[in-house]
Design a binder for this molecule. Structure first.
Ligand code: T4K
Length: 399
C-alpha cells in the first residue's frame, strides 16, 4: 500500500492533506490517517448501524488481524493500554502481597495499572540499561525476593526488552513475565514481531501511537488461561460463557467500534509507518551525531524499533546547554519536544507517599535518563525539511 506520496529514493517528502506544521509549530506528535474520507464513511456506517461498542464486528476483525500480525494465539481488544495492563495483572491471579518488579523509567500508566489493580501489590523498581533504556536483567535479579511474583518489562520508545535473560530469571524463580508494549506495535525482535514473548504483552492504540485509534489497547497472549481471564474481566466481570454471572471483579474495558475501525484501516500501513520513522531517526542521528554532548538510545542489531519516540540525551557540560534551556530554545523556534519520562516513576510524589518501599536497589541510569532525555518530533508527517529544521535548531542552541 502506497501510503506516502513520494518516493524519491530515501527522501522524506511532505505528505499533503494534513501538514506536519500546525499553526507555526512542528508538533511532537501528529496522528496520520491514510484515507480520511474512507474513515469518515466508516464512522457514518457505524452511526447508522446504531451499534457503537460491545465488541462488534470491527473490534473482532481488529483482534483477528493483530493476532495474525503478531503471530499470537489471542489478541484481546480493550479500552486502552492502562486498562489492558490492569486486566492482565488481575488475570494473572497473583497473591495479595505480591511484589512486582518493573522499571521506573516508563510512563506513569505502567505503575498506575499495577498499583491500582490491588493496593496490596508492591511495585519494586529495577534499573535500566544506559544504552537501550530497557530493563537491566542484573538489576531485576537484584530485586527478586521470595515475595516476587511477576516481572513487567517495558519496550521503551519501541526498543524491545531483552527477552531471554528476563525469561531465564522468571523461569528460575517461577515468576510471570509480561510486557508493557504500549510503544512497540511494529517493533521486531530477531525478525519476530514483538508480541509473543513472555506470558502476555499490552499494546496501546492511543492517538499518539503508531496505530492511532483515539483510545484503545490490545493484549496479546499465547496463554489460553490468560485469554479466558481477560474475557471474563473486560466486560464489567460478566462471564464470557457462563451466563450473566460475575465470577471476577471486572472493569469496563470495551473498545469502541469507531476506534476499532481506524485500527483495521491503518494496520495495513503499519510497516510503512515503521519504515518512515526509521528513516526519520537515521536522519536525526546523521545530523546530530557530531554535536558534542548529544547521544541517542541504541537499538540492538537484532531489533527494529517502531520509533514511537525519538529521544536524545543531553550532557549539558559538553553541549553547553541544559535540557530545560534546549527545550525552551526549540520551543522558541516553533518546535515541540517533551522530556519523557521525567520525573521517573519512583520520583513521583504518589510513589514516595504510598509506596515508599518500592525503591530497593540503586537506580542511577533511570535517574540519569530522567534528567537528560528529550523526545523530539516523531511522526509520519515529518519531511526531510522538517527534520533538518529540528537538527539546525539543536545545532544552533548547542553551539
Ligand atoms: N505504558 C506506556 C509506556 C505508555 O507510554 C502509555 C501511554 C501507556 C502505558 C498507557 O497507554 P494508554 O492507556 O494511553 O493506551 C501521551 C499519551 O496520551 C499516552 O498514551 C502515552 N503513553 C504517553 C507517552 O504520551 P501525554 O500526556 O504525554 O501526551 P498528550 O496527550 O499531551 O499528547 C502529546 C502530543 O500529542 C500533544 O502535544 C498533541 C499530540 N496529540 C495528542 C492527542 C491526544 C495529537 O496530535 N492528537 C491527539 O489526539 O500522554
Amino acid at each position: 500500500m502506497a501510503m506516502f506520496p513520494k518516493d524519491r529514493g530515501e527522501d522524506l517528502a511532505e505528505v499533503p492533506g494534513s501538514p506536519a506544521v500546525v499553526g507555526e509549530r512542528i508538533p511532537l506528535v501528529r496522528p496520520y490517517f491514510s484515507d480520511v474520507d474512507e474513515s469518515a464513511r466508516e464512522y457514518r456506517r457505524i452511526l447508522e448501524s446504531g451499534m457503537l461498542t460491545n465488541f462488534g464486528e470491527r473490534t473482532r476483525r481488529l483482534e483477528a488481524l493483530i493476532a495474525r500480525r503478531l503471530q499470537v494465539a489471542h489478541a484481546v481488544a480493550v479500552a486502552n493500554a492502562t486498562t489492558g495492563l490492569g486486566l492482565l495483572i488481575e488475570a494473572l491471579e497473583l497473591k495479595d502481597d505480591a511484589e512486582i518488579v518493573m522499571p521506573s523509567f516508563t510512563f506513569a500508566a505502567t505503575f498506575m495499572a499495577v498499583a491500582r489493580t490491588r493496593e496490596r501489590f508492591v511495585p519494586v523498581f529495577a534499573d535500566v540499561d544506559p544504552q537501550t533504556f530497557v530493563l537491566d536483567p542484573a538489576s531485576v535479579q537484584a530485586c527478586i525476593t521470595p515475595r516476587t511474583a511477576a516481572i513487567v518489562g517495558v519496550h521503551v520508545f519501541g526498543v524491545r526488552c531483552e527477552h531471554n535473560p528476563l525469561a531465564e530469571i522468571a523461569d528460575r524463580h517461577g515468576l510471570r513475565l509480561i510486557y508493557d508494549a504500549a510503544h512497540a506495535l511494529g517493533s521486531l525482535d530477531q525478525d519476530r514481531p514483538v508480541g509473543g514473548q513472555g506470558d502476555a504483552q499490552v499494546f496501546s492504540l492511543s492517538a499518539t501511537k503508531l496505530l492511532p485509534c483515539g483510545e484503545g489497547g490490545i493484549v496479546a497472549t499465547n496463554d489460553h488461561g490468560i485469554y479466558r481471564g481477560l474475557l471474563d474481566r473486560r466486560n464489567y466481570g460478566f462471564s464470557s460463557d457462563r451466563g450473566r454471572d460475575c465470577f471476577n471483579l471486572g472493569w469496563n474495558g470495551k473498545l469502541q467500534e469507531a476506534s476499532a475501525a481506524l485500527g483495521v484501516q491503518e494496520l495495513a500501513t503499519l510497516a510503512e509507518r515503521v519504515a518512515r520513522r526509521n528513516r526519520i531517526a537515521s536522519r536525526y542521528r546523521a545530523g546530530l551525531e557530531e554535536v558534542a554532548g548529544i547521544s541517542f538510545q541504541q537499538v540492538p542489531a537484532d531489533a527494529v524499533s517502531s520509533y514511537k519516540d525519538f529521544a536524545i540525551l543531553i550532557d549539558s557540560s559538553l553541549a553547553g546547554i541544559t535540557r530545560a534551556d534546549l527545550q525552551r530554545a526549540l520551543s522558541q523556534a516553533g518546535i515541540d519536544s517533551e522530556p519523557y519520562f521525567s520525573p521517573a516513576v519512583h520520583q513521583l510524589t504518589v510513589v514516595a507517599r504510598r509506596f515508599p518501599g518500592s525503591v530497593r536497589v540503586p537506580l542511577p541510569q533511570t535517574e540519569r535518563l530522567a534528567r537528560t532525555a528529550l523526545s523530539l518530533p516523531m511522526h509520519e508527517h515529518l519531511s526531510d525539511a522538517h527534520v533538518d529544521t529540528v537538527i539546525a535548531a539543536i545545532q544552533r542552541a548547542c553551539r
